[in-house]
Design a protein around this ligand. Sequence first.
Ligand code: GYE
Length: 325
Amino acid sequence: MKKSSKLSFVLLLVLVLVFVTACSNSGGKTSSDGKIVLGFAQVGAESGWRSANTKSIQDSAAEAGFELKFSDAQQKQENQIKAIRSYIQQKVDVIAFSPVVESGWDTVLKEAKEAGIPVILTDRAVDSKDTSLYKTFIGSDFVLEGRKAGEWLLEQYKDSSEDINIVELQGTTGSAPANDRMAGFADVISANSKLKVIASQTGDFTRAKGKEVMQAFLKAHKEIDVLYAHNDDMALGAIQAIEAAGLVPGKDIIIISVDAVKDGMQAASEGKINFIVECNPLLGPQLMTAVKKVLAGEEIPARIVTEETTFTSEQAKQALPTRQY
Ligand code: GYE
């Protein structure tokens, strides 16, 4: 080999080595400016809760100095799976997501694990048997939220000699909050046989669907005493339907909802919603702390539960002026 071609061969070898090293980034800092890269696959923008949750994640990622890759799945699991696969391809440092439904995640979670990318669940859980597929689940106890709604109702009607007809607006079918809020509520109210759920249907956590389904409930059932909505937005949509039917929300029909976002709290302070179970969307700071710990190789608890309270109309009136979301 001539001296010059020997030299270019060595040069080529060095270049190839540099390229391979750059591509095989195994869990280090991947952004060009050395920042930690977090890929977040959000459910969508279906509710006031979701908007507050997204803002919390974006703000706290910026505050932590992370590069955030954010995607909105428009409430479709297939879009979320696509987003997670693209984060795996981009070799982000950590993937976090709020699973739209509970089932069907094993394959993509295994792909992330094989690529050595840790996954953190926020807000909603998955039903995967293999819990080594994710590092932790940060979010509310939705069964407890359903129980709190049921306990308030049980107390309101403890002396009733008549049947109490309840209609239920469920969240997104197959989602953890819909499954769990329904189960917790049903379990508690089963203590009083007068409390009867006469209709239960999904309103997909949106205002428009909440209104539409409530209209159908009002048409099909003459006597509705109580509405239990799995979130404020569906309750707010249902309130429009109730008013349009010439009934007074909060009086003719007692309303319970979950979330306690500003619009819900406003309706509660006006007496249109009688009881709200709080579900805290401000999960960003806890998520960023978990990301840092996971990358530092520290142990983190498998479950991080959010602290929450409840509001009657009176309590909502007092809390409203200082409500953050
Ligand atoms: O209650 C609802 C949102 O997963 C806790 O999703 C969340 C729920 C929340 O659309 O408003």
